[in-house]
Design a protein around this ligand. Structure first.
Ligand code: ANZ
Ligand code: ZN
Length: 851
């Protein structure tokens, strides 16, 4: 066939792979295993370009590893519980199960159109009882070990979603899903004891060398381990004591007042009659404030005097006790010794309420005077105004003062974590039922194992009215107590959906196992995931919970690994420019005609380039893209336009360029078939041109291999193959050089296969092979054949030398440009800037012009 028509060949090969079970992963193999996983999608209804990019990146790695001879596990499934299904049910009257499974069918078809190399036999949806029954069992085991427990706590409550949110699900005081302002509410909730694993989770971050440093830093920060000191301040003239947590015992002599959380249990005892009405007014005012606002730093520091005093254990001075809005009850002890000279929040508070400021840490090289200070000095220095401790540097003083306090029983060193236990109860219908029964006589009774699963009833009424629909479902709620047989009530809360995604990667090892949550042999064979790929938005929640669950499953004896994901790649977003009319807001491209709004005729401002989103009207539908260009072009563009970690900017010319390149590859092969048939009929020579092509072939194999393997430099890898294709076109005397020509063409096809597998299968067949190109193995290079001149080029950014690159003397412009832009140091200088121009001075330098 002379014309490249993706339509025909793509479905053909997809069916072939399906029939041949090309991507089936088999645990019983003598090859080394490689487990490649992309974060599984929520079945929202449609695949978007972000999915295409994520899965295309993963597919390159999967196919590459398979060709390299690994036994690859590359599964796909659905994170299928969650609120959108319920909201759709309320809005459109479709049952969440129907909505979810229809979406799954739809999205599976879309994924299959992209030609991703999944082992579909392992597919599952987390809303299937065959999955969540095991989650319920894991919960029962956690309950037995005290790793799951119930307590009343103040929770983040979203009024719109009528549910509790984990701290991680509150963004700037708003619900991460619906953006409603989050309020506080007291509720009995189930918790997972992630804090038991705080240290292991923290220490583990040092060993995760295959993770981006940024993600590790976010996790460390979230765990927030800090060494500090608990100090006891007796209340003046009474028996009560106030315990504070501080990381700065060195500033003890600078404490000039005490700040308590308004929710502190001692408040009632401390408030004097004269102060009572003011205090009560303050407490109810703070109750209306959001927690995240209270600590945000921007919010005005407010407080109220309780009327009581406490005693500084170091020097016996008495300090007024205040309540302050920025002190939270669930951190430390809920009480803070306020040191305005050295803590900014205390400083602002002291200025507001006219409280004394005493400098106790003098920074080197300057002298602070309390009256003239405009902000706290939080840094280091030498102690002053601190009695026997004067003259010590403040780090030493931390230890000395802590020891001194311990000696008189008024303090001790402590360890504190920011990490809180994970609240997993949700007052929602579409989730895993928590398998517990409440009996008046027997209390909280776990559902006996043999009664699992606790099935989610399907006949529920979803009205959007407050509370959980399960609580209104009488035949679900009413149950006999498994212990005493008397009428009892079922728990009606369901799990946070992050519970399902905390162990799905392990279940892929044995998705049909029906005796236990996991088949130990299978899980121990496949885990850990060798390469995990997903969005940076999951840096804390999902990735921390999954690490926690892995350790829990290990301690329950269900698997033998400590960490779930050896290597992590966080891919960037897919962006596109937006367009905005001053009257009609965001516009679709078709609403803009010659730069004017098609409704009002006003000139349209070209908006910023932003993450593709429906609301900004800048999305590209992958289905349409595939209709027009085929899946291979869609994949190639997603992989070629930017390195995986960076944001990718959509551009139609880029897509067309990719389509043209594939057409060129197609013709390079089909135009050569005749010449190749003649191979051997003429005496072959080794002309300079043929030697050159051979060298280029081997150089390209080496480069592509190294670019893909662990580095993910897909764009430069593709650029290198483009050059090789150019070199093939440039070869004179093709018939005479048929051997070299064939080697080059086969290299192109095999090297491109991980990126654009359909066209490669077709061309591989055309080149006379019977088996799939996937089975042909990854090409290797010959060191001898490589030898050619390598040259060094200097890379400048705006005329200043910022790096050096090595390229083949014959390298073409595109490749040189990309190598220059990829250089680590150059990257730092162009980060966040617009690249205007890249000037290549042959054989000498590259200058990147940014603004
Ligand atoms: C005295 C002091 C002096 C403090 C000073 C800081 C600087 P990290 O590092 O984040 O753990 N703190 C303690 N409990 C608090 C609570 N429940 N709500 C708000 N703030 C609280 O922070 C520890 C510091 O945060 C503690 O050290 C305490 O203020 C404050 F120059 O104590 B510090
Ligand atoms: Zn009972």
């Amino acid at each position: 066939e002379s014309q490249y028509s993706p339509d025909r060949i793509e479905t053909k090969w997809q069916e072939y792979w399906d029939q041949q079970k090309t991507f089936r992963a088999d645990q019983h193999s003598s090859k080394d295993k490689f487990y490649l996983l992309e974060m599984f999608p929520y079945p929202s209804g449609r695949i978007h370009m972000g999915h295409v990019r994520n899965y295309a990146i993963g597919d390159v790695v999967a196919r590459f590893k398979r060709m390299q001879g690994y036994n690859v596990l590359h599964p796909m499934g659905w994170d299928a519980f969650g609120m959108p299904a319920e909201n759709a049910a309320i809005e459109h009257g479709i049952h969440p199960a129907k909505w979810t499974y229809e979406n799954i069918d739809n999205m599976r078809k879309q994924l299959q159109r992209i030609g991703l190399s999944y082992d579909w036999e392992r597919e599952f949806a987390t809303c299937d009882p065959a999955y969540y029954r095991w989650e319920q069992l894991i919960f029962l085991k956690m309950l037995e070990r005290g790793l799951a427990y119930k307590k009343t706590s103040s929770v983040n409550w979203c009024e719109d979603c009528q549910t509790v949110l984990a701290n991680e699900q509150v963004e700037d005081g708003r619900c991460w899903r619906c953006s409603q302002t989050v309020a506080q509410k007291q509720l009995e909730q189930w918790f997972f004891k992630i804090t038991d694993y705080a240290d292991e989770l923290l220490e583990g971050t040092d060993k995760l060398s295959g993770w981006p440093e940024r993600v590790l830093a976010m996790q460390r920060n979230w765990i927030g381990k800090s060494y500090g000191c608990e100090i006891i301040f007796p209340v003046a003239d009474r028996k009560e004591q106030i315990k504070v947590f501080t990381t700065r015992p060195d500033t003890l002599f600078g404490a000039t007042f005490m700040s308590l959380a308004p929710e502190h249990p001692l408040v009632d005892a401390l408030v004097t009659n004269e102060q009572r009405s003011q205090v009560e007014a303050f407490i109810s005012e703070v109750a209306r404030q959001e927690k995240t606002d209270r600590v945000s730093g921007e919010v005005e520091k407010k407080g109220v005097f309780t009327g009581s005093y406490c005693i500084n254990p170091a020097d016996g001075r008495s300090l007024p006790v205040y309540l302050a809005n920025f002190v939270l009850m669930d951190y430390g002890t809920g009480a803070v010794m306020a040191v305005p000279a050295h803590d900014q929040r205390d400083f602002e508070f002291a200025r507001q309420y006219d409280l004394p400021v005493i400098v106790v840490i003098q920074p080197e090289g300057e002298e602070l005077h309390a009256p003239s200070m405009t902000e706290a000095h939080a840094g280091s220095g030498v102690l002053v105004n601190s009695g026997a401790f004067d003259g010590l540097d403040n780090e030493t003083a931390k230890d000395r003062i802590a020891t001194f306090l311990a000696g008189q029983d008024s303090g001790r060193q402590t360890l504190n974590y920011r990490l809180r236990d994970w609240g997993v109860s949700r007052q929602r219908y579409w989730g895993t039922p928590i398998p517990v029964i409440y009996c008046d006589q027997c209390g909280t009774v776990p559902v006996p194992e043999q009664q699992l699963p606790v099935l989610l009833p399907t006949d529920v009424e979803l009205t959007g009215a407050g509370g959980s629909p399960l609580a209104r479902h009488q035949s679900f709620v009413k149950v006999d107590c498994p212990t005493c047989g008397k009428p009892a009530r079922r728990e009606t809360d369901t799990f946070d959906t992050f519970v399902e995604s905390s162990w799905y990667f392990a279940r892929y090892a044995c998705p049909q196992h029906d005796e236990a949550p996991l088949d130990r042999d299978a899980v121990n064979y496949w885990l850990p995931v060798d390469q995990y790929i997903g969005g940076i938005e999951h840096a804390v929640m999902h990735l921390l919970y999954a690490r926690f669950f892995t350790k829990v499953l290990r301690d329950l004896g269900l698997l033998d690994v400590d960490e779930p994901f050896t290597n992590l790649l966080t891919q960037g977003m897919v962006c596109k420019e937006t367009q905005r009319c001053s009257e009609h807001g965001w516009l679709y491209p078709e609403q803009v005609i010659e730069g004017k709004c098609s409704t009002c005729g006003r000139t349209v401002e070209a908006g910023r380039t932003e993450k593709m989103s429906k609301s900004k009207k800048n999305v590209i539908d992958p289905n349409q893209l595939i209709d027009t260009y085929g899946a291979d072009t869609a994949r190639l563009f997603s992989l070629f336009a930017a390195p995986p970690e960076k944001d990718l900017e959509w551009n139609e010319q880029g897509v067309e360029g990719c389509a043209r390149f594939l057409g060129r590859v197609w013709r390079a092969v089909s135009d050569s078939l005749d010449d190749l048939k003649q191979a051997g009929t003429m005496s072959e020579s080794s002309s300079e041109a043929a030697m050159e092509l051979r060298r280029k072939t081997h150089q390209t194999i080496k480069k592509v291999t190294e670019d893909i393997d662990g580095r993910f430099h897909f764009n430069t890898a593709i650029a290198a193959v483009m050059e090789l294709v150019n070199a093939i076109y440039a070869l004179p005397e093709r018939r005479r050089e048929a051997t070299v020509l064939k080697e080059a063409l086969e290299a192109v096809v095999r090297l491109l296969n991980p990126f654009v597998p359909h066209i490669c299968e077709e061309l591989w067949q055309a080149l006379g092979h019977q088996q799939s190109v996937e089975a042909s193995g990854w090409p290797s290079w010959n060191e001898e054949a490589l030898k050619s001149d390598i040259i060094n080029l200097v890379v400048q950014v705006n005329g200043k030398v910022r790096g050096k690159i090595q390229v083949a003397a014959t390298a073409e412009r595109t490749l040189i440009e990309q190598e220059a832009l990829n250089e680590a140091n150059v990257q730092r200088y162009i980060e966040g800037k617009q690249v205007r121009k890249v000037i290549v001075v042959a054989g000498r330098l590259v200058n990147v012009v940014v603004s």
